[in-house]
Write a protein that binds this ligand. Structure first.
Ligand SMILES: Cc1cc2nc3c(=O)[nH]c(=O)nc-3n(C[C@H](O)[C@H](O)[C@H](O)COP(=O)(O)OP(=O)(O)OC[C@H]3O[C@@H](n4cnc5c(N)ncnc54)[C@H](O)[C@@H]3O)c2cc1C
Length: 443
């Protein structure tokens, strides 16, 4: 599998990952251009949610001539591979963390920004004939062991100032919904919902194309140089010149794509298994309904949801290196975690899974993304730490505004650049040590 820290760029013309979403979704994507234009006002690298939302905004609101390049088919990265949890937030910091760092007003302003992200998501839903196949019922953040209850309760108490509609579920209340020995209490976030990521991606792509954006597939940027203020991007389909480039390649960004962003995120593999459809008895035994989105309190979290056809999607962290991503041990590891969560599904854990896939998410050193200009004429948004389905919708809009010289809201995401990892070439060693520690702690 392509590895951003090893390969110079993603190879062109690779098929979409064999995911449940690709196998079970029929949708119409706009036709990509056959020929790469020689010039554009703005070039966007990456046709996922971030890049397409930026392009849509640039074309529709600022009347820019925009070309979006993807190394492969549109949406080849995380935007068609994720679990489809639409949740308020991004990165790993909650309102309590923001309140401590920046005060209550900033934390409330961040909450407002997350609401704007939800509003854009609803706009994309309205442009999708299948309504993104949403499953509304909310998100359950579950204490997976008794000693996690206290911390979760403290989170809930802080949350009341920001999300007053969230509810506390004690052991009895959560057991009535999720029959698992690893469910001891939970916070219920009613606004969150499950969606089909492929439909969301297609909805944004269609709107961008309708606004006049040129979409180019199989055009990995292989080299990048400058002549005066002209940025020249050399791709597998030829060269394109511009004065402004948006880097929206996120977790898939090749290590040396541009010196201004080198070493500022860690690409991390996130993996998912999808089981066969559960029988009625199995569904009754686990309790979870198709309306629930569930995530636990582990440092290396597990998350799951029941898909519309009764299959269980179960996700967590995967391999460290791209070359190990498809090793069966990682699917097995997720199956074992599933069996620990639902011993009633013991039989299932002996069967092969129907789908197993992975994707690269980008992790920021200090746990939250930035939308910024790392150098003149270059703009980027990265570091969502695996939480981007909702936030990318607004991040793309902000990225477009930044590129057009507009002042962004005074929020931490928009006020500084991504910090560089110390000794970037040792990022994976640090990741390995972190994984060992987290697994040892959760024993
Ligand atoms: C298994 C998994 C489950 C997830 N589940 C959730 C979830 O439930 N909820 C949630 O909020 N988030 C989730 N995420 C994270 C979420 O999917 C991402 O944060 C989001 O999709 C990022 O979108 P993006 O547009 O920034 O990047 P991507 O969608 O990753 O797009 C980047 C694009 O850049 C292209 N690219 C890279 N290099 C080049 C180059 N040199 N030239 C041209 N193109 C290039 C790639 O081909 C790719 O298409 C999950 C991620 C994974 C992998």
């Amino acid at each position: 599998m392509y590895d951003p820290l090893v390969d110079s760029f993603p190879r062109a013309a690779q098929p979409h990952v064999r995911s449940y979403w690709q196998a079970h979704t029929q949708t119409k994507l706009p036709t990509a251009a056959n020929v790469l234009p020689e010039h554009a006002d703005i070039v966007v690298i990456g046709a996922g949610y971030t890049g397409l939302n930026a392009a849509l905004e640039l074309a529709q609101r600022f009347q820019q001539q925009v070309v979006v390049l993807d190394a492969n088919q549109l949406g080849w990265g995380c935007s068609t591979r994720n679990a489809g949890f639409a949740m308020p937030g991004t990165g790993r910091l909650g309102y309590g963390d923001w309140q401590k760092r920046c005060g209550t007003d900033v934390a409330k302003a961040i909450q407002g920004e997350y609401q704007r992200a939800f509003e854009r998501l609803e706009q994309h839903l309205a442009h999708c004939p299948e309504q993104l196949q949403v499953q509304r019922g909310g998100y359950l953040k579950i204490a997976h062991e008794p000693k996690a209850i206290e911390g979760l309760k403290a989170t809930y108490q802080v949350l009341q100032q920001f999300e007053p509609k969230t509810r506390w579920l004690d052991a009895e209340a959560i057991q009535a919904r999720v029959h698992s020995p690893q469910a001891h209490a939970a916070i219920h976030y009613p606004q969150s919902f499950g969606l089909n990521p492929v439909l969301l991606h297609a909805s944004v792509a269609r709107q961008a194309a309708a606004a006049g954006v040129t979409l180019v597939e199989n055009a990995p940027v292989q080299n990048w140089d400058m002549v005066g203020e002209q940025q020249r991007l050399h791709t597998a389909k030829g060269r394109i010149c511009t004065t402004k480039v948006i880097i929206a390649s996120n977790g898939y960004t090749p290590n040396h794509l541009h010196s201004s962003i080198h070493g500022r995120t860690l690409p991390v593999l996130s993996s998912v298994i999808v089981t066969r459809p559960l029988t009625r008895d199995e569904r009754q035994a686990i309790g979870v309904s198709t309306q629930d989105l569930v995530m636990d309190t582990r440092t290396l979290k597990y998350y799951y949801r029941l898909l519309p056809d009764g299959r269980l999607l179960f996700g967590g962290r995967g391999a460290i290196r791209g070359k190990d991503a498809h090793h069966p041990r990682y699917a097995r590891h997720l199956l074992e975690a599933l069996r620990g969560t639902f011993p009633a599904l013991r039989r299932l854990s002996q069967e092969p899974v129907d789908y197993y896939w992975s994707g690269w998410v980008s992790v920021a050193l200090d746990n939250y993304p930035r939308i910024y200009s790392p150098t003149a004429g270059v703009y980027t948004s990265m570091g969502y730490c695996g939480a981007g389905v909702t936030f990318t919708q607004i991040a793309g809009q902000r990225l477009a505004e930044l590129a057009m010289g507009e002042k962004l809201p005074e929020l931490p995401f928009y006020q500084s650049g991504l910090p560089k990892f110390p000794l970037p070439h040792l990022r994976r060693v640090g990741q390995w040590a972190f994984y060992q520690l987290a697994r040892w702690r959760s024993l």
